[in-house]
Design a protein around this ligand. Structure first.
Ligand SMILES: [Zn+2]
Length: 272
């Protein structure tokens, strides 16, 4: 075989792969969505996800279908003695998939694995001191989202976050909002947005972020946790928690921010 023939064979195989891969993934996902939803998983939703049955019926169905795909594609790993059960997988997937409803779901394409710890875990955080020397400090966290394929969660906090669904704190929503943000390549509080909405998004979110920074500096109470004042990426993650968990208050007190998030997430939790 001539080298030219081999090259053209490789190129055409590559083109076929690029063209057909998304279609094949879509086909596989549709088949997964059509599977019956296990009865036991329904009990888990009832027990651990109290908001589930207050959502409109079409969204309940969508969430169950997304959950089936999510659990088919993502791998869970337990650390510090925790055994991965269906309760852990379903409870976390249901919250993660909440962020995909009504949107063109790509199921967190960069994410491969979810690491579960029984409770808060310690990671090393590297910062530079005033002299520019790299310092490694331990940090206790309930969740962490990595750009390279993994999310780390405390099971205790993930379950608590789902069950107290109106306190405005939800570690799973927080970390998966980071995943959406990281899809663009850099976490900066600006995930992939609808056409022509970037300017309005950045105007509204910058203004709200600056307000939260002022509140945090003055020690004033705010609906959004002051942790959101750390940087724009944390602001988007914290605002997402409040959007899903305290939507009525957000709509009242931060209506423009609510509108932006409603347009991004394509749902209106204030009426659930
Ligand atoms: Zn964060």
């Amino acid at each position: 075989m001539s080298p030219i023939f081999i090259t053209s064979l490789i190129v055409s195989a590559l083109i076929t792969y690029i063209v057909f891969k998304p279609l094949w993934i879509n086909h596989k996902r549709n088949k997964t969505k059509a599977r019956p939803f296990p009865k036991e998983w329904r009990y888990i939703l009832k027990r651990n996800i109290p908001y589930f049955y207050s959502m409109p019926a079409d969204l309940q169905l969508q969430l169950k279908q997304h959950l089936l795909v999510f659990l088919e594609e993502k791998k869970f790993f337990g650390f510090e003695g925790i055994k991965i059960t269906d309760e852990i997988r379903v409870t976390i997937a249901a919250q993660a998939c909440l962020l995909l409803l009504n949107r063109k779901a790509n199921y967190y394409p960069k994410l491969k694995s979810i690491y579960i710890y029984p409770q808060a875990f310690v990671t090393k955080h590297e910062t530079r001191d005033e002299a520019g020397i790299l310092q490694s400090k331990p940090r206790v966290l309930s969740g962490e989202s990595w750009e390279l394929g993994k999310v780390i969660l405390s099971w205790k906090h993930s379950k608590q976050g789902a069950q107290d669904f109106d306190d405005g704190h939800n570690v799973v929503i927080h970390e998966f909002a980071h995943q959406l943000d990281q899809e663009t390549g850099v976490a900066n509080g600006a995930p992939f947005l609808k056409k022509n909405s970037n300017r309005c998004w950045s105007k509204v979110l910058s203004k709200e972020f600056e307000q939260l920074q002022r509140d945090a500096r003055r020690g004033e109470d705010s609906l959004l946790d002051h942790y959101g004042a750390t940087n724009p990426a944390e602001f988007f993650a914290v605002a997402s928690e409040v959007f899903f968990e305290r939507p009525k208050e957000m709509k009242k007190e931060h209506s423009k921010l609510y509108d932006q998030l409603q347009s991004f997430y394509q749902v209106n939790p204030a009426i659930w």
